[in-house]
Design a protein around this ligand. Sequence first.
Ligand SMILES: *[C@@H]1O[C@H](CO)[C@@H](O)[C@H](O)[C@H]1NC(C)=O
Ligand SMILES: *[C@@H]1O[C@H](CO)[C@@H](O)[C@H](O)[C@H]1NC(C)=O
Ligand SMILES: *[C@@H]1O[C@H](CO)[C@@H](O)[C@H](O)[C@H]1NC(C)=O
Length: 723
Amino acid sequence: MGPSLLFLLLLGLLSSAGSLPPPRTSFLLGAPSRPLALFGPPDVLNASSLLLSGDGATLYVGARDAVLSLDVSQSDVIRLKKKVEWRPTQSETDSCQSKGRDAAVDCPNFVGVVQMMNSSHLYVCGSFAFSPKDAFIDAESFLMERRVDGRAKARCPHSPVQRSAAISVDGELFTATTTDFRGVEPQISRHFSQDGRPDVSQDSSVRLLEEPVFVGSSSDPSQKKLYFFFTEVGKEFSFMDEVRIPRVAQVCKDDVGGQRTLQNKWTSFSKAPLLCQVPKQLPFNVVQDVFTLRPPEGGNASETLFYGVFTSQWSSGPESAVCVFRLQDVRAAFSGSYRTFDMETHQLSSLLGKASNLGQCGLDSASDLDLAQVKKSFLTSGSITGDPIVVSGGHQYSRVAAMRTRAASGDQYTVLFLLTESGRIHKVALLDRGPRVVEEIQVFTQPQLVKSLVLSSSKGVLYVGTSEGVTAVPVARCSVYTRCSQCVLARDPLCGWSRTGSACTGLDGRHHDIAQDLKGGNVGETCGGETTTPQVTEVVVHLNEAVRLRCLKPSNLATLTWTSPGFKSLPEELFIPSADGGLIFFAAAATFGSYRCEAEEDGYREVVASYVVQQVAAPDLRRDARSGKETPEIARVQESFYGELVAVSSLLAVCVVALALGGLAAWRRRKAGLEARRLVGPEDGGRTNGCTESVPSLSRPEDAGAVTEPRGRSVAQEAAQQM
Ligand SMILES: *[C@@H]1O[C@H](CO)[C@@H](O)[C@H](O)[C@H]1NC(C)=O
Ligand SMILES: *[C@@H]1O[C@H](CO)[C@@H](O)[C@H](O)[C@H]1NC(C)=O
Ligand SMILES: *[C@@H]1O[C@H](CO)[C@@H](O)[C@H](O)[C@H]1NC(C)=O
């Protein structure tokens, strides 16, 4: 084992992670073109857990000192329906504080578990001043009914920031959490067991879990099994450094423990390593979140998929991956061969071989001999290998949700929603040619200790819970694409161009009449030659005046080119491209004329801005050449450009002074002076040194209004303006 992992380590150092392409469009928080519904009143803090009701109309929220029920029946507004306060008493807070915890930060009741227990009741569990408590809530009246006065030991953690997992099945609750104040004793157990059967927990004679961090749970109803996902220290590796290993653990739903051996303990507990690795690289060995994607109605349950977000213990920067695991492979691993724990040496031996009953349900009446074997065979020898479908070298993903959708072609596509540590949702379409970040939507600005995602794919809304509140993010807003070309280039499986409606719309089960090309993004064919030419904007200026023409990229993936019929290609000495896609030059005999800005994306070119730059007719009167009317807009343009000129000149002065003070040789100073002069000269505008490169950045957002720009601005333009 040792040498092979070391080999992996070396390989990992030699290759760098392949990266996801950048998001095609980006929306900052509050961008009007991509509205979100926010529920965040100041008295409702720390939305630690979210649960959507079966009909998708109510969102239950475990918050700080409260449990809420929110009306989410409309996708654009979130309304508070009911709220139940649930806070520790002063003496409980004092006691928490006396144990060294911060009264305001640690000692409130952070409700981290909200589960639907049966048709009428919710189950909630909270940290309750570092002394967990739980309760039932009547979902209808929202009254807290049975306040379990005892402690909720092994149901949710003491610490508000420690993660745990809980899942309720048929009125019973299965949890994976720590059970002690320090949060170091892990336990997977069943509570509220039905039909008089005993609650079941882990065998404590062997260390079954090693410092696990639980991140999620799932169920396999057809095999009556439950799964818990976590990362723990891998004791099968004997290294100086602790190697962490992502795993899935299973228990059988109906396990009641053995008769003499393993009384009231799981006879079905076992765990298996998960492998999320890009060939020839170090594995991503820390699981952050897992989403269960069940097959469409009528599908075979064995086609269930688990999408896991992984990071790496060895990363130096933000880096993460999404791997997809098949339920079939999980089942196969648990019914395969197991390692054996040697009770004397406390080592996990290599292989035991295949024992027919290990990992199976129904061992309650197995012989003591068999159960003795079960006790020490809890780790499968094989790993469950996931398929790395998204690898990001620039983002630290922490949560994932996934949905299937039928595209216009009739093919099924998967869309992932990945939450970055920096508060953005990346909507990733898994297309035939690889993953594509269709949109990036900012949902919060400060890194969050707690965060959760809940997806309602039927309603098309993603809910994000954080310390700041709950945000509803519609899974798509097709109307941001105003032209067929942009609608098709987006390659969003959820959006298509309606030929009859002449608009980009959601599919809603319609497939005819919808233009969409997820494979090629081929606009020419798909949009049937539909072309749009932007209005020509006239810019009237004085001789030697600075001219700045705007052009904003329709998407982050587009590249812009400026052309003018007067030039084969725009000479560098005359034209300065600005960082935001614009073009800067000085009005001169050679530069009066027309200009077009073209965007190119995926082989498709279109004109996105078009200008005619003319000399003002009567130099001393700022009058529009055609109509003779005063044009205050042009006046403002000029003022702003004069301002810019002043700024540029002072900047240059600073540069020259700096160079002089540097005590450079005379010839060098002269050369620099020459260069500097060349840079401002109205006749040419090369960009050769640091002083002039700051010219484009002199443009401030306020300037935007001063420059006339074509109508029909696209999303990306709007989004860019938000920045
Ligand atoms: C649901 O569970 C609660 C709490 O155990 C119980 O009081 C209630 O009767 C149950 N309701 C149904 C319909 O089973
Ligand atoms: C589901 O698929 C599995 C594996 O392909 C197969 O063994 C099983 O019979 C299928 N179940 C049903 C209900 O079709
Ligand atoms: C609770 O919210 C506050 C402010 O919104 C935040 O500073 C704190 O870290 C949050 N605590 C937890 C446990 O999320």
